[in-house]
Structure formats: structure tokens, C-alpha cells
Design a protein around this ligand. Structure first.
Ligand SMILES: [Zn+2]
Length: 700
């Protein structure tokens, strides 16, 4: 199975450190001879421009106090429908598209040039060239995964399966459950191994279990998909149909034994340190001791084995599911996971189900975009070194430091002045605040890719080599100190994150563009954009999950019982607010699932607004740009960030899978709780954008 999503990211990885100086080049790339050519792209070739707040895009026939998202976003969205090869379109996706186009220029230049063997340019160029070699990919058909299929065919009894699983994971081809290294929840300085539930092809367990029309349709389509895929791989129609039913039944058992998304929000449900002996005793048919040995990882004193129901079920299935069914499922997962990278018949089949049926995407992405997706999954941070050299202006960093500084100061003031929290808990909150580590742009120290060989000969071979290399890299962390300089996202990713075990907030280079960030824009735009995102990431440290980790990144209760009760009462009110948002007729947002994100939005916008006032200082003269005040532009840019349209299927999936509330509700959810919003737009009590009295939510 070709894992493009690092397993570790499923439940978040480890790390920290601040500021970004240019790191020393690793030895293998610095080995370039003095006359080696320099990769250079022309950014003017990049057509997709960022979507910034513009007065001409506002629909002034809509009242900001009634429908703020409509006022800011509806006109632009009506004029810019979702492109056929996407399932969402708006400001965030447009930056993703722009990043892809920059990456495309880099990859083309790398593929066209001559580079020293082992340099990042050579690896990126060859990976891209092999991925674009459609003729070779067509000629290869299913053959790139045949060795894996042969190993599965060779299984002769159920007792062989655990050894096969260990062997497959050692090659980076995990499929049945998650297994990864991450900071110990009880000792955030040390990495331990974590196992977690997995094995599902559909997006969430509810798709297998709930009696909803769209889930039932997804199950029926899944069975058709499995049958079609097995036929493509050589099975006759009747056999393929029977196998498809077996695959659904197999995964339904896993789904029934899995925890739901809401349960997984509680870190205690994701962490359960056990000794190897206790782990082995809990699953008599699956030896964890042998699994660690197969992975060539020293037997640990303990590792995290939570979700006992899931692993108990896997153990039972090892005994009672017939060998032929196991082989069918393993075979299906091997081919299904590889399909996007195989010949067109397989890639199309994959798109038909996972793209068109489940997400409402009308057209397959062009090959170059798909290959860049694979490249990012295989060596994203390595590729990011080239991205940063071409597309990250150094002046962005200084401005970001100023913004982070003001956001930090404003959050501290808010914590000190919280009316509902006792002094004891407050002191702990401020201690946690004081240990935030911001990271901006790209890592200080780049990862070493010298052990990964990439050639222009076979796309799938490169993917398999990268899977094995990356998985080994992660396994080697088990039992070692956490490297706080590591990043969990590549610089070309349009996103940001908070990691509880490191108490760090991280902003990759590619998000530092409009509408989030513009070094030349007025403060209102930067504070309403990236400022609120900085606040959002900080507030994740104090959301329903982050608040269960302390300043050192350990899972610990630093709250008094009474403060915790008050926190939960306030957050319940916030969950109820979002659960009232109707995304499609009869389909409401799940406020509990999105709670952490919505706490972070509410706090983030609040703190960013305070920070804007702080940045403007006393005696500030409002420049009134296009007739709008700085306060208005602050909120308008927050809504611009969340300017987005969805295909119907994608919207349904996002609501089920979460955790983020769809953008149209993020645009309004936090501002409607802020008196500053009502003041800025002169809204009245009773207007839709004004929550007051008991309805108004204040948390941080
Ligand atoms: Zn978030």
C-alpha cells in the first residue's frame, strides 16, 4: 500500500522551535560543484493570484448585520464557481492552487535541468519526470504492485497474517491500523510508539453504520467500486462481486469496533501506555513483541495501545475471518491504495469513487497536479527547500514576528483579566502562554534526504521507496528524545497548526499571502487575516483538547474543578451556536465535533482584534479605505479568508468528518459574539449578526 499520508499525521506528530534563519544545506545538496546551475523559475508564469478583499467584490445590497458572509462573499462566489477538478473554491483553495502552480514551475525546471546526483533538484526533477511519463505508467499496468500481491497470495493460513503485517509495515505499507512515533503524552520530551484504529476505506465509521440515505448510497457505491477494481485486476465478474461484499463486511466489523470522531477528541481515548507483555496478552492472535521485532525497533518498556475494542476485534478477526477473505481485503487495499499512481484504468476507477461519488468532483485533476500531490506526500519538506528559495520573501518573516508579538501580548492581557477564572487556574494558563513556541516560514534545520534514492524510471518505485524511507525515519524516533526543531507541515502547505505536546504554533511559508497576509496591506487586513489565524493556533492550546495539556506539553489537569465546569458550560453554549447552522436543508453543523476549532476561532478573532487596537495605539487616525473603517476591514478580511463554496457531496463529508465548520459559518460564528463587530457595523440588538445577553459566548 502506498501511503501518501504519513501515518503519524493522522493523530498529529511531535516537535518545536522559533524563528527562521536560512539553515545550512545538508551535505549531499551542498556537494553541488561550483559550476552547478541554479534552479530559477519565473513567478510571473504563475497565473493563479491570491484572492484579496476588494471593495468591488462586496454585495452592498446585503446588510452586514444580517448576512455578513453574504455581504462579503456572495458576489465573488456567484462569479467564480467551483472548478471541475476541485470540490471547493474560494480564498483558501485559491492559495492552494497558487502554491501548486509555483511547485509546477519548480518541478518542470528541475526535470529539465542537469543536477548533481543526490541533490534535491535531481530528486524532485526525476520524481516529477517519472510521474509524468504516462507511456511507461500505462505499459506497467498493475505490475508495480505485483510483488506485494504475490506476497499476499503466498499466505497459507491465518497464522501467517501477523508476520505478513509486520513485514508490510516494515516496508512502509501499513494498512490495518495506525502505528507511529509521537511524543509521549506523559513525557513530551520522549517519543514512544502509538497504535491506533484504522483499516477503513470510507471517510468515517458512520458511513458503514448509519442508516442515512447518503451513507447507504456510499456503501452501495463502495461495493460497486470494489467489484470493478477487482475485475480490473483480473477477477471474473461473479468472483469480484462476492469479494466486494466480503470487503464491506470486513470493514464494517472494523468500523463497529472503532471509536467515533467525538470520542477521539478526548486525548485520554488516544493514549494508553501498556507493557509489551500486557499488549501481547490483550491480543493473543497478534504478537506485539514480534511486530516490534519485524519493524526492527527495540522492544520498548511500554507503548500506547488505546482503543481496546478495536484491537480486540482485529484479534478476533485474525482467528475467525477465513483466510481467503483476509487475502481479498489485503489484495483490495493494496491495489486500491496504489490505484492513483497506476495506469489510467486504475486511476480513473479511483477517481470515479473517491473523487466523483464521495466528494462531487466532476473531473479528474490534470496529471501534473496529481504528481505534485504524490511528490508532496513523498518528500514534501525536501521539495519545500526549493519552494522557499523561489517563493518566500524574507521580509515576510519580520512582519510576522511583529504580529505574533502583538498577539501574544494581547492574549496575556485577556488571560489576566478573565472574569470567570480563578487566580490559581489563571496562573497555570499564563505559564502555558509563556511557553508558546512560534515557527514561521520553514524549518531552521532541514531534514536529511540523502538516504532516499529517486530515479526517473518508475513512478511507483519512487513512491514505494519514499514510503519505506519515511516510515523508517519515523520508526527510528521511537525511544529517542523529541527533536523540537522538526516541522509537521511542509513550507508549501497553505495551512497552519498547533501541536499540544510541543505547545508550538506553526505557520508555513505558503499561507503568508493574501488574504491572510500582505506586507504592504493596512494593519486591519493582516490582523483580520493571519493575526486571527495566529490567535486561532494559540487558542488551540486552550480549547477542549489543548486545555488538557500543560505548559510542558504533557497531558495533565491544571484546572480547578470549578473552573473546568465554567469552561464546559461556556463551550457547550458555543457548540449549540454552531449546531444551529444549517448547511443543507435538514443537515446541521455538528457543534461538538467542531468545538476545538470554534473555540480557537472565537478566541483568535477576539485576541486579534485587541492586538489591532494595540498596534494602532493612542491617537490613531483611521485612513477609511474605500469608505470602510479599520475595524470594518478587520472583520471583512476575516470573512474573506473563509470565502468558500463546496460541492454538495464535499460539504456533507466535511460535516461528518470534521473538525472544521464549513467556511461560511466560520465567517460569521466568531464575529457575531463580539460587541466590537456590532459597533463597527452599527448593528442593532436583534440583528442576525448580534448575539447578546445569555446567547453571547465569551470563553477566552
Ligand atoms: Zn484549528
Amino acid at each position: 500500500m502506498i501511503r501518501l499520508k504519513p501515518l503519524a499525521l493522522a493523530l498529529s506528530v511531535s516537535l518545536t522551535l522559533a524563528a527562521c534563519q536560512k539553515a545550512e544545506e545538508p551535505a549531499d545538496t551542498a556537494a553541488a560543484a561550483p559550476e552547478a546551475p541554479k534552479l530559477q523559475i519565473d513567478l510571473a508564469q504563475v497565473q493563479q493570484q491570491p484572492i484579496a478583499l476588494k471593495a468591488e467584490d462586496l454585495d452592498t445590497s446585503i446588510q452586514a448585520c444580517q448576512d455578513f458572509n453574504g455581504f462579503v462573499n456572495s458576489k465573488w462566489l456567484a462569479a467564480n464557481p467551483v472548478p471541475g477538478d476541485r470540490t471547493t473554491w474560494g480564498a483558501f483553495p485559491a492559495l492552494g492552487e497558487r502554491s501548486l502552480q509555483v511547485q509546477h514551475e519548480i518541478a518542470k525546471a528541475a526535470a529539465a535541468g542537469e543536477w548533481p546526483q543526490g541533490s534535491m533538484e535531481q530528486k524532485v526533477g526525476d520524481f516529477f519526470a517519472a510521474g509524468m511519463d504516462e507511456a511507461a505508467i500505462e505499459a506497467a499496468g498493475l505490475s508495480p504492485v505485483q510483488p506485494e500481491l504475490d506476497r499476499i497470495d503466498a499466505l497459507s493460513s491465518n497464522a501467517d497474517i501477523p508476520a505478513y503485517i509486520g513485514d508490510a509495515y516494515a516496508r512502509g505499507q501499513g494498512m490495518l491500523f495506525g502505528f507511529y512515533a509521537m511524543a509521549d503524552y506523559n513525557d513530551s520530551n520522549t517519543n514512544i510508539a502509538y497504535a491506533s484504529q484504522g483499516g477503513l476505506s470510507l471517510p468515517e465509521r458512520a458511513y458503514y453504520l448509519e442508516d442515512r440515505e447518503d451513507y447507504k448510497a456510499a456503501r452501495a457505491a463502495f461495493v460497486e467500486h470494489v467489484a470493478a477494481l477487482m475485475q480490473l485486476a483480473g477477477a471474473d465478474e461473479e468472483t469480484a462481486k462476492a469479494q466486494a461484499q466480503d470487503v464491506l463486511a470486513f470493514e464494517t466489523r472494523l468500523a463497529k469496533a472503532s471509536l467515533g470522531r467525538l470520542e477521539l477528541r478526548d486525548p485520554a481515548n488516544r493514549y494508553n501506555p501498556v507493557t509489551l507483555a500486557d499488549a501481547d496478552a490483550s491480543t493473543p492472535n497478534f504478537s506485539w513483541t514480534q511486530f516490534f521485532a519485524a519493524l526492527d525497533v527495540d522492544a520498548p518498556e511500554s507503548f500506547s495501545l488505546p482503543m481496546p475494542g478495536f484491537f480486540k476485534e482485529v484479534d478476533a478477526m485474525l482467528a475467525d475471518v477465513p483466510l481467503e477473505t483476509w487475502k481479498t481485503w489485503l489484495r483490495f487495499r493494496t491495489i486500491d491504495d496504489a490505484s492513483p499512481y497506476l495506469s489510467n484504468a486504475f486511476a480513473e476507477r479511483n477517481f470515479e469513487f473517491y473523487g466523483k461519488t464521495l466528494r462531487g468532483q466532476l473531473e479528474q485533476q490534470e496529471r501534473w497536479k496529481r504528481v505534485l500531490g504524490a511528490l508532496n506526500g513523498s518528500m514534501g519538506e525536501g521539495f519545500g527547500q526549493l519552494y522557499v528559495e523561489q517563493a518566500f520573501p524574507p521580509e515576510s518573516k519580520a512582519k510576522m514576528e511583529e504580529l505574533v508579538g502583538n498577539l501574544m501580548a494581547s492574549l496575556k492581557t485577556r488571560l489576566e483579566n478573565l472574569e470567570w477564572m480563578s487566580e490559581d487556574t489563571k496562573a497555570k494558563a499564563i505559564e502555558k502562554w509563556s511557553s508558546f513556541t512560534p515557527k514561521v516560514g520553514y524549518p531552521d534545520k532541514w531534514r536529511d534526504w540523502s538516504g532516499l534514492e529517486v530515479t526517473d524510471e518508475s513512478y511507483v518505485s519512487n513512491l514505494l521507496a519514499a514510503s519505506a524511507f519515511n516510515y523508517r525515519y519515523m520508526l527510528d524516533k521511537i525511544g529517542k528524545p523529541v527533536d523540537r526543531s522538526e516541522w509537521g507541515m511542509s513550507p508549501q502547505t497553505v495551512n497552519a497548526y498547533y501541536r499540544a505536546t510541543a505547545n508550538e504554533i506553526v505557520f508555513p511559508a505558503a499561507i503568508l499571502q493574501p488574504p491572510f497576509f500582505d506586507v504592504n496591506a493596512d494593519d486591519a487586513l493582516n490582523y483580520g487575516g493571519i493575526g486571527a489565524v495566529i490567535g486561532h493556533e494559540m487558542l488551540h492550546g486552550f480549547d477542549d483538547q489543548g486545555s488538557k495539556f500543560d505548559a510542558q506539553g504533557n497531558m495533565a489537569n491544571w484546572w480547578t474543578d470549578e473552573d473546568r465546569k465554567k469552561f464546559e458550560a461556556a463551550t457547550t453554549k458555543l457548540a449549540d451556536q454552531y449546531s444551529g447552522y444549517e448547511a443543507l436543508p435538514g443537515l446541521f453543523v455538528n457543534g461538538k465535533l467542531g468545538l476545538g476549532e470554534n473555540i480557537a476561532d472565537l478566541g483568535g478573532v477576539t485576541v486579534a482584534y485587541d492586538a489591532l487596537q494595540r498596534a494602532q495605539g493612542e491617537g490613531f487616525t483611521d485612513p477609511m479605505i474605500d469608505g470602510y473603517s479599520q475595524d470594518q476591514r478587520f472583520f471583512m478580511n476575516w470573512a474573506t479568508v473563509w470565502r468558500i463554496a463546496f460541492t454538495e457531496a464535499q460539504l456533507k463529508q466535511q460535516i461528518t468528518v470534521g473538525p472544521h465548520s464549513p467556511g461560511m459559518f466560520r465567517a460569521i460564528g466568531a464575529p457575531s459574539n463580539l460587541p466590537a463587530f456590532a459597533e463597527a457595523f452599527q448593528c442593532k440588538e436583534g440583528d442576525k449578526m448580534v448575539r447578546s445577553g445569555e446567547d453571547r459566548v465569551v470563553i477566552w
